[in-house]
Design a protein around this ligand. Sequence first.
Ligand code: URA
Length: 264
Amino acid sequence: LHWYKHAGVDMALEDATVDRFAEFKKQMDARKDNTARTRPRLTTPLKSTSAQSPMSDAAIPDESVVADARKQVKEAKSLEELREILAGFKGCNLRLGAKSMVFADGNPKAEIMLVGEAPGRDEDISGIPFVGRSGQLLDRMLEAIGLNRETVYISNVIPWRPPGNRTPTPQETEICRPFIERHIELVAPKVLILLGGASAKTLLNTTQGIVKLRGRWAKYKTASGEIDCMPTLHPAYLLRQPAQKKLAWQDFLKIKIKNNGSGN
Ligand code: URA
């Protein structure tokens, strides 16, 4: 188990273990016999009964899923409604492997909103964004400019933990995009802080990397106007590259200056 954990495997996807060696042998035998009767497990059709596996709830994502997400979020007139709609949304398969839906933390009336990439293990367990090591660093960074979770609001582009903390696929990001966009519209912050490349690229609709984007004020466009937006380095990256903290500090000082300028 330790070896698996070290390799990044930290969850089981199915209730029963699968003997892949036996599966492979069966496949080879089937080929030898040239008979269709012993079909290997890997080619069994996707449609299984719900008693067999949670994966039977899995959607096959396509553009209509994104269109459906867009349609559903329009119904949300408050954050509570958005949370409910998201909880009932079946279009993103990441929900199947996650323990919790991680919606948000902090003060929904705050003028500053931070958006990260996706929950990690600790966030999945607690259902609260940024509570693990990177969250603790984020709290210290906020504190350094006089902010905390009562004066900011925090969410993520993706509300479910991707298995093993893998990077969300572009398709998963597109499916979840309408939710975070509506989320931002409903909070309507004065300042948006985009934590890391994934969040910045998604919400600024750019392919530019975070190293280029960070530290420069940008405009995030909503249906009702524009929000000042600061892309900055993700705290998880800063934990791996502590020498880069000085850059994040420069970005946070810019946020502090803007925030103080607005009379806070
Ligand atoms: N990293 C993120 O991007 N979001 C979290 O909530 C936790 C870690």
